[in-house]
Design a protein around this ligand. Sequence first.
Ligand code: AMP
Length: 422
Amino acid sequence: MTDQIMRAPKGTFDVLPPDSERFLAVRETLTAPLRRAGYGYVETPVFEDTAVFSRGVGESTDVVTKEMYTFDDRGGRSLTLRPELTAGLMRAFIEHRLHTGALPVKLWTVGSAFRYERPQAGRYRHFTQVDMEALGVDDPALDAEVVALGVQGFRDLGLTDFELLLTSLGDSSDRPQYREKLVAFLEKLDLDEDTRRRAEINPLRVLDDKRPEVQAQLDDAPLMVDHLSDASKAHYDAVRQYLTDLGVTWTEAPKLVRGLDYYTKTTFEFVHSGLGAQSAIGGGGRYDGLSAALGGPDVSGIGYAMGVDRTLLAVEAEGLDIVPATGVQAFVVPLGAEAKRLAVRLVGRLRQAGISADTVYGDRGLKGAMKAADRSGASHAVVIGERDLAEGVGQLRDLRSGEQTAVPVEKLFERLRDTVGR
Ligand code: AMP
């Protein structure tokens, strides 16, 4: 036996009221633009066969090599808690042969992701992502739609101190030549073993290395944007044209590479200036090889993942008030058993009528009950004492002014509904 209290695992946290309202507001605001643009909601399991992620996220990534929560189930299958949401959506897209229907297939989801990371501000082992994908069509206008929807979500929250970083990573026709040039360049640098190994699997990832001693050597590195084929360049130009048409501004980021190995062409990230080291609030891009890597048809896709927790930190950093008034509209304070039955009925009817209402539970006494009424956020309360009941009334009380009027019991529901529902 131990008398130590149990705590949430390292790198995880609980979201409790009233802060949880802000969490919900971020989640809702980031997903609303997707619904308006015809994206359909999907749920997939929080765990998948490990291969979904080792193939779908990429063997060279930190996520796959160091951060996955992988375990054998009792049937001896290797399963992994999802470290991100794209691979699972793609697995579902392939399994259910969604590519045989109308294209593009537009999907979104939101939920938990798990990575065994070194916890710090904005970096957790359990976090929440909003994820969207537009699959089956390679059209620069679709890339622009996706990016613009991401921007919209942040704007709708009122965020202003964020920046859209944008680049193109080319495709299977121009990337191999560029890759050779980059490998030749990297070979001449002073890099540690780990980085060399990573460079062998995906040399582009070295460009994104945050360590100053690595960055210092990359000033003259060849950049993908300077080696795009005519087709890739035309694609990227078109994306930028559409983005301009949509009123989106961005910063060119030729060294941007992202966690997934399969990104091609349009690639982007959203960074916020108020967050310190973990500044990325979301990111995404086009991935032409992902479906095939997961054993699916050769279709392209584009999508993004936004970090709900980090976006909430950004909202706090900008001091934004994003929560609509919380609490209930009406509160009922009964004194005595008979009044309590009336209160329970009244609260039930109000809720059925779409009005948020609450009452006290347990024996609180008048003082405790009035305190609960004040804390509830309600503008009005009904207080039903024994003497009131004997007279067939309840007291309708304006909790802000303290003004009180006697209302016949049979009129209480309507009066309360009409007063707080205005
Ligand atoms: P990624 O799937 O790595 O591209 O991440 C997409 C977004 O999810 C990032 O921009 C972050 O906002 C968020 N995110 C990724 N990893 C974490 C983490 N460990 N803790 C909190 N948020 C994260």
